[in-house]
Design a binder for this molecule. Sequence first.
Ligand code: FES
Ligand code: FES
Length: 159
Amino acid sequence: MSRVHVTTTVNGDETEFLCDPRETLLDCLRDRLNLTGAKEGCGTGDCGACSVTLDGRLVCSCLVLGVEAEGREIGTIEGVAQGDELHPLQRKFIEHAALQCGICTPGILVAAKALLEKSPDPTEEEVRYWLAGNLCRCTGYDKIIRAVMDTAAEMREAV
Ligand code: FES
Ligand code: FES
């Protein structure tokens, strides 16, 4: 099958890659661009481990084709920290021990960041609802929710 040339923007940088037309965005990120932060937990849109943003909208990259990235803006976990400076969510996840094996963590961080950009003062219910599509088999979720709520409070104070 002939390959398709895709030009896109990933974490603010214009990027191009060649892919098969049937290849998922997740596989393109991981295998073509070596951005291995997004994980494949299920490949069927059920676990959220592959979460990225596409033009600012949270998506499961296992359900998007790489060719659909043409001309779009992709945000991945690799763009969340600013150089050596962790995003407040990343710091709070460490402080609250909100990760164990880490497979779900990149997707949860990308999803939580998208939530706080849209809703800087979320209720616990909103956080739980927003993250309902991100499955974690290790932490029991409470530490994750506390880390997100604590981040939101810190970011509001910083404004
Ligand atoms: S790998 Fe995409 S939702 Fe699970
Ligand atoms: S920390 Fe292991 S799946 Fe969430």
